[in-house]
Ligand binder design. Structure first.
Ligand code: HEC
Length: 194
């Protein structure tokens, strides 16, 4: 009986490995493809399954005030919008070209996650995807602010969305300005502008 179980497990593992190799040979390792619905569903289930039960149950200890809203918004624009977009919908040059693509944070998939799951994902990132871990960069308080902020994303007024887009654009323009002011073409070249 035990031997039978081992044979079944080995056969399944071999079949899984063969499937991955066939997929890689057929599609290469380009990030331009979309994961199949099966791959996306399995990856998501595994990820959510790997979040410890104690983390899933965590609740936000901080009340969401206007001051926290502003601080989370500026934080999101500075660290997250480059991939997730200023409105969290993920329609950015990086977001749509990652594998897997960044999810739409206003959609049901994200909004169905518990506060604890959102906190865990933001703190620890998601392995094998573009989602970085922020736990060493940001204080727990500012990660909880981001969790509350993500909950608000589906209900933004059009003025709030516009304001966030403007903040993001002016930040991006600022960065370009900096890059133009300081860039060089080689170790010996002086920094210059074109
Ligand atoms: C370099 C790109 C990148 C940056 C920057 C980034 N993310 Fe992500 N994020 C991703 C990707 C890719 C995923 C999808 C991970 C997956 O498929 O499991 C993701 C997933 C998430 C999720 C899970 C949503 C879901 O439905 O699975 C949350 C929440 C999240 N990010 C929040 C943030 C926050 C908050 C920040 C800023 C502090 C941030 N991200 C910065 C790329 C990024």
């Amino acid at each position: 009986m035990k031997r039978k179980a081992i044979v079944i497990v080995l056969t399944l593992a071999l079949a899984g490995a063969t499937l991955v190799i066939v997929q890689m040979r057929r599609h290469g390792f380009s990030a331009r493809e979309n994961p199949s619905w099966l791959e996306a569903a399995i990856a998501r289930r595994l990820r959510n399954f790997a979040i410890p039960a104690s983390a899933k149950k965590m609740t936000n200890p901080y009340p969401f005030t206007d001051a926290r809203w502003r601080s989370a918004r500026d934080h999101f624009i500075a660290h997250c919008a480059v991939c997730h977009g200023p409105d969290g919908r993920g329609d950015t040059p990086i977001g749509r070209n990652l594998y897997p693509k960044v999810p739409n944070l206003t959609g049901a998939g994200t909004q169905q996650l518990t506060d604890g799951e959102l906190y865990y994902i933001i703190s620890n990132g998601v392995r094998f995807t573009g989602m970085p871990a922020w736990g060493d960069e940001d204080r727990p308080e500012s990660i909880w602010e981001l969790v509350a902020f993500i909950r608000r994303l589906p209900h933004l007024s059009s003025e709030e969305r516009e304001q966030m887009e403007k903040l993001f654009e002016s930040r991006e323009r600022g960065k370009e300005g900096e890059a133009i002011e300081t860039h060089t073409h080689g170790p010996e070249a002086q920094p210059h502008q074109h």
